[in-house]
Design a binder for this molecule. Sequence first.
Ligand code: FE
Ligand code: FE
Length: 171
Amino acid sequence: MMWSEERIKAYLMDNINEKRVKHILGVVEMSEKLAEFYGESPFKARMAAYIHDVAKYMPYDDIKRIIKEKGYKLTSEDLIMPELLHGLAGAIIGKDMMGIEDESILNAARYHTTGRVNMTMLEKIVFLADYIEPGRNFPGVEELREMAFLNLDKGVLLAFGGIATRVFGKQ
Ligand code: FE
Ligand code: FE
């Protein structure tokens, strides 16, 4: 049985620190808005957003164990940036514990950390909502919010650009 949204929210509030819960609920709100705007399912967008950071503060050893138990092979890239694995761990928790079976929802949670080629609209929505949820406050966030509702692909590319700058510095 898939958990209700109320049950998922209660789980988040019991298990995750308040600041992160606030972020997650901001991503839920923004994902829903984008889904409505672009004709994607608001329900799927909310569900993916609820679980996207559920493993964010899990100890790295637990994350690795969960992923290995499911038979996923960790690549050398995963080991360079283990921070990125919380998306996959969140998708696994969403499926195994919360009973979410829909692969499109699980993938939107899984790929919110890295993106991937040929992202679905739902994946783009959750990826971008993570950056522009109401609690985010960084130089350029307003432009990114505007772009998100003008051109989803451009918004995603702008967000990627921002990430690259933070990781590699200005080129
Ligand atoms: Fe995250
Ligand atoms: Fe997040």
